[in-house]
Design a binder for this molecule. Sequence first.
Ligand code: ADP
Ligand code: ASP
Ligand code: MG
Length: 406
Amino acid sequence: MARIVLKFGGTSVGDVDRIKGVADRIERLVNEGNQVGVVVSAMAGVTNDLVKKTEAVAPLQDAAEYDTVVASGEQVTVGLLAMALEDRGIPARSWLGWQIPIHTDDAHGKARIQDVATENLEAALDRGEVLVVAGFQGMGPDGRITTLGRGGSDTSAVALAAAVQADRCDIYTDVDGVYTTDPRIVSGARKLERVTYEEMLEMASLGAKVLQTRSVGLAMNEGVRLQVLSSFEDVPGTLVCGEDEIVEQQQVSGVTYSRDEAKITLQKVADRPGVAASVFGPLADHHINVDMIVQNISEDGQSTDLTFTVGDADLDRAVQILQDQKNALGYAEIVPDRNVVKVSVLGVGMRSHAGIAQTMFRTLAEKGINVQVISTSEIAVSVLVGEDYTELALRALHHAYGLDSA
Ligand code: ADP
Ligand code: ASP
Ligand code: MG
């Protein structure tokens, strides 16, 4: 007997028949004598619709009310799945975040889980019930509903697995594993049998939304055995594990992209100490993360162009803040651009191999793709390019690093 936590994403619970399919899968595991906890997302498209409704009512909504609205999609799917299980004679009940409770901080819209109370859950498991837990949601310090950021059900599942000390956490989704790049864009993408926590963390944070970044960090810290599997096909998926469990290591294990980026250029900023601090300070004060940065000396030697990226969703606010400070910062022009994508290559092999960035730049140059900004980490190189080049860049890089499937 094992204790297993499963998670089913939006497509996997996309309609009533699929929810019944999930119930069938759980029935098999229960009949094999396993204890099961299952986390579900809202039906595909539902959370997007809810977000749009909040925006239509008030563009700058109250973040706590936003959470009250967008968390509701998961309430429907947990109820339906618990019903489907009971209909099969399997004891089950639905759990909303506040009923467990899953305690989070008060950062509405992107709350962090602080603690998952286990008393209720253990009692239910002892009674032989399947735990059907709403993903994406928790309860803030003041008792209000919080959400964990888009894609947050992955993190709910890992947190649940860690809390009840499950033997493993299986993430069921609409692809059959983690690929070398998004299989929906590059048909030659190859499924990885195994990927290290570290690479998966980097991949997720650089845009591969197959797992929410925080879920991977949590799994790594808590030692949760994590697998990514298909809801629709019974084939082996991808195991996310420690480096010691991986036999052969590629130099580059994946290529990712993120369209959630926007570029801001401040033209002719004074070239003197303290300027960067006065530009980025106010953005940080407003919780706007700045990612890639490049500074060019401009021709007159007195001033410089400063280019950086922020999240797409933060662009308007960032521009507003910088415009409000125009006199203090003394730049000539502010130029925002949403038409950019961040493309990254990554792999733990980068620590020990030179020339990986060079291959990237050469490959993009050969395709006539202009690199606007560059950034690096220990195991990744990222470039900002025009959004129209997303597919071309991904395919070319995937090929250049020998990642194409045979
Ligand atoms: P779910 O609703 O099940 O949480 P998501 O849409 O959040 O599913 O994540 C699965 C999607 O992630 C896939 O449909 C795929 O397009 C995308 N994806 C991006 N990069 C990768 C990758 N490297 N490997 C697998 N899937 C990826
Ligand atoms: N339903 C939420 C979202 O669409 C959470 C999730 O699916 O993981 O972001
Ligand atoms: Mg997801």
